[in-house]
Design a protein around this ligand. Structure first.
Ligand SMILES: [Zn+2]
Length: 183
């Protein structure tokens, strides 16, 4: 991990104390102590360790969130369970993928009913894979009673090593730890 994939030159290494994890698709997620590599040609690489676990940690935070999901968060969860918009539309009983797109790009507000249906669906889809461990921590009724109906601005979410160590469910598989940072 020392040469540039574009030009082959040596990369300059640095460490970001708090890295804005835009690659997550969410505007409010930050990671601690992330290694960055920069090349004289302008190419940049970021080393994201345990990417799958990070996505798991973000999903876990979203399922426990006390305000309604934003469009981007809804989309994050849809991708986390690997569903296409039209398949999700069928599962949620909405007319077409157009409704899903409208929620995801913020053109229509997500209702509390759809927010809760989505969280339940996500938990059900992941249930097998995580052997139910995650969901013993998320007490559904209590959790849903606490969700405010007001669409809240997402709070800053900082994922630390401790977050990853304390995730209430095991990792599922591995993925390459390198990604290009988004502009
Ligand atoms: Zn280069």
């Amino acid at each position: 991990m020392t040469t540039c994939p574009s030009c082959g030159k040596e990369l300059k290494k640095s460490v970001a104390k708090l890295y804005h994890f835009r690659e997550s698709g969410l505007p409010n997620v930050f990671l601690q102590n992330i290694t960055l590599y920069q090349c004289a040609c302008g190419d940049k690489l970021v080393q994201i360790p345990a990417l799958e676990r990070l996505l798991d940690a973000i999903a876990c935070n979203l399922l426990k969130k006390r305000t309604l999901l934003t469009g981007l968060e809804f989309r994050f969860l849809r991708k986390w369970i690997g569903l296409r918009a039209n398949d999700l539309a069928a599962l949620l009983g909405v007319k077409s993928r157009i409704s899903i797109s409208r929620w995801e790009n913020g053109r229509a507000p997500l209702t509390a009913a759809m927010d809760h249906a989505m969280r339940l669906l996500v938990m059900r889809v992941k249930e097998e894979a995580v052997k139910q461990r995650m969901f013993t921590e998320i007490e559904i009724q209590e959790q849903f009673e606490r969700i405010s109906a007001k669409p809240g601005k997402p709070e800053r979410m900082v994922i630390t090593q401790k977050t990853l160590d304390n995730l209430p469910f095991p990792p599922q598989h591995h993925q390459a730890p390198y990604a290009r940072p988004s502009a």
